[in-house]
Design a protein around this ligand. Structure first.
Ligand code: PLP
Length: 394
């Protein structure tokens, strides 16, 4: 007798911290600017004026999302460029005696590597540690924040464990010694309310593809009083601050995504997503109460759940759960080295290799999360080396 094979469940994408799909509204808004409205915004005829206005509308939508005004927003190719620009720009504009750059130990490689490049050019790089929950130790900042400091850069939300950092507090201290303050908000913008006045920063990084805009577009908020040289020199686009013919469709897409993000944070998006994540977390713990949840007692992004099951490396666990498309924190790091954020949080190398990062999207449903939990249950039960009890067994 031949049995009927049960259909495998559709994969569930829970890697929204890695990237998001473009929202349908974003795609719609961009559509005319590839062909019918293809004009170069710098041209003088009326048609080009429409492209120019579309760019400025997008700028004001992004400014509105951050609680700022249009002249503070420059479009870039993404989070990596924005971060690089902040480091190069402040280094080139600094008074000669300011050579110290302070970053946290859990920054994204685009910050970490930018700091290292400047270190090779004579900057003094100082890293502030984080506690076991993945939150920077502001007390450690006081000891290293001197009048020689040019820049302090602390991310707003960590990409691997989702912990939110006390950026406003750090800004205040950085400004007290005359240093500039940058926050990489690539993971925060579009997920939680982000207001530059409340943060008190001089620079803030936005990455479009983390908030349902296309890849290859981002923004940098630069406070009005800050003067840094352009990172990309040329024809003087972006009001002289970032040259190169504007990628109008991408900019329009980011503007529309900013509007959608503003509506998401103003509505019920954040608390309802946090409730879904908390329920998922409870179920992850129910499968194995010895699971370690990272950043559990810190303020976290509402969409992020980072955990490890004892005895499981993150990639091995996901390999037995093919339904789940999630992160293991290793994408930006040498294979097998584990999560650098977890290492900075004091986790052992083997624990750092255990990271599984589930990051929810705006449309993620409770049903999808139930599928994910079932997949973990079955995947672990099927492994002879890592058995967990079947549901209902003793
Ligand atoms: C915290 C953080 N900063 C910067 C970036 C880089 O952004 P982009 O991919 O737009 O260059 C990322 C992307 O992973 C990120 O998570």
């Amino acid at each position: 007798m031949t049995g009927v094979m049960a259909e495998a469940p559709a994969p569930v994408y829970l890697d929204f911290n890695a990237t998001t799909p473009m929202a349908a509204e974003v795609l719609d808004a961009m559509a005319p600017f590839w062909q019918t409205e293809f004009y170069n915004p710098s041209a003088s005829y009326a048609q080009a004026g429409r492209a120019r206005h579309a760019v400025e509308d997008a700028r004001s939508a992004m400014a509105h999302l951050l609680g700022s005004s249009s002249e503070t927003i420059v479009f870039t190719s993404g989070g990596t460029e924005s971060n690089n620009w902040v480091f190069w720009g402040t280094w080139l504009a600094r008074p000669a005696r300011r050579r110290r750059i302070i970053i946290s130990s859990i920054e994204h490689p685009s910050v970490m590597e930018s700091a290292k490049v400047l270190q090779a050019l004579g900057a003094e790089m100082v890293m502030i540690p984080v506690d076991s929950e993945g939150v920077i130790r502001v007390d450690a900042l006081d000891a290293v924040l001197t009048e020689e400091t040019v820049l302090v850069s602390v991310m707003l939300a960590n990409n691997e464990v989702g912990t939110l950092q006390p950026v406003a507090e750090v800004s205040e201290r950085a400004h007290a010694v005359g240093a500039w303050m940058h926050t990489d908000a690539a993971q925060a913008v579009g997920k939680i309310a982000v207001d530059f006045t409340q943060l008190g920063v001089d620079f803030l990084t936005v990455a479009g593809h983390k908030l349902y805009a296309p890849k290859g577009i981002g923004a940098l908020y630069i406070a009005p009083h800050v003067k840094v040289p352009p990172f990309i020199a040329g024809g003087g686009q972006e009001h002289g601050r970032r040259s190169g013919t504007e990628p109008v469709p991408l900019i329009v897409g980011l503007g529309r995504a900013a509007q959608l993000a503003a509506a998401w944070v103003a509505g019920n998006g954040v608390p309802s997503q946090a409730a879904l994540r908390d329920h998922l977390e409870a179920q992850v713990l129910q499968l194995n109460p010895h699971a370690r949840i990272f950043g559990r007692f810190a303020h976290r992004l509402p969409n992020t759940l980072a955990f490890a099951y004892p005895g499981w490396a993150g990639p091995s666990l996901l390999a037995v759960c093919p339904t789940i498309l999630a992160g293991t924190g290793s994408a930006c790091h040498p294979a097998g080295s584990g999560s650098s954020t977890l290492q900075a949080m004091g986790c052992s190398p083997s624990m750092s290799q255990g990271l599984v990062r589930l990051s929810l999207g705006r449309e993620t449903t409770a049903e999808e999360l139930a599928t994910v939990v079932e997949s973990f249950r079955q995947g672990m039960a099927s492994s002879p080396t890592n058995p967990i009890p079947e549901e209902g067994s003793s």
